[in-house]
Design a protein around this ligand. Sequence first.
Ligand code: ZN
Length: 330
Amino acid sequence: MDYKKYALVDLHLHLDGSLSPEIIIEVAKEEGINLPTYDAKELRKYLEVPEDCKSLNEYLERFDIPNRVLQSKNGLYKCMLNLLKREADAGLKYVEVRMAPQLSTQKGLKQNEVVEILLQASKDAFDKYKIKSNLILCLMRMQNNMMVNLKTIEVAAKYLNKGVVALDLAGAEALFPNENFEALFELARNMRIPFTIHAGEASGAESVRSAINMGASRIGHGIHSIDDESVMKSLVEKKIPLEICPKSNLDTKTIKSFEELPIREFLKRGIIVTLNTDDMTVSSTNLVNEYNILSSIGYSDEELKTLSENTIKSAFISDKEKEELLSYLN
Ligand SMILES: [Zn+2]
């Protein structure tokens, strides 16, 4: 079966976790950035998660090297354009790329400059490679970053529907619970900026409940919703999609095996499940691979098609744009 026909849209894709070793080396050489090796094959070992990765926190350590090359306009532009080219080559038609502008300010760039150069790359990728993309700006779960998170919301508001479609909350979920960020999302709600929240990955169903209560339009992962009937009921009633990323969930030990993925149970209850990659390089995956994984554990063609349709319908785009993407499926 050719799952390429279903791998059209990725809604949960982190820029920093999806850089190719080649583009990291190219930017590092241009800008004199220190890398442990300048050999692409060797560098990949530093970027991919080790098989004995114990947790989401250990997984997050793999982002150190990519972030070194995302500190200049040159690096941001090239990395974004390269990612979108690879996605277009793989047959994807639309992606929502997420990134935290506050992590790209170490060399003096302002958050709005970070976003502007990425939007330029997004436009150029559409012209060159015919792939559409929008940005989701991540707020970060960290200590003492209230002001920079506020700045990210301000920047999101400025570019909302001009290439930025939503906010997200990313980082170490178990260390910094959603509740710490309640005031920020209240502000986002008041400013009518949609947002997603990573929840039910390293933390339990209660984190999904709080993300729903805070007004999240979609949930990043949400695997642990399966442990709480009332949470699943809310997801159905409020039509809140889950952004499931199987390989990443295995890598972060959110699940012990692919068979543990509760996707079929979610679908049976009427929960909108979407299929995505999360971090293509860190998890050495791509969207076709995610469909292959589910096929290999017995998901039917019909179920995979449903996931692809759900993913398209859950995008932060207009109905007209969704119709256009759905036409590729049929
Ligand atoms: Zn993620």
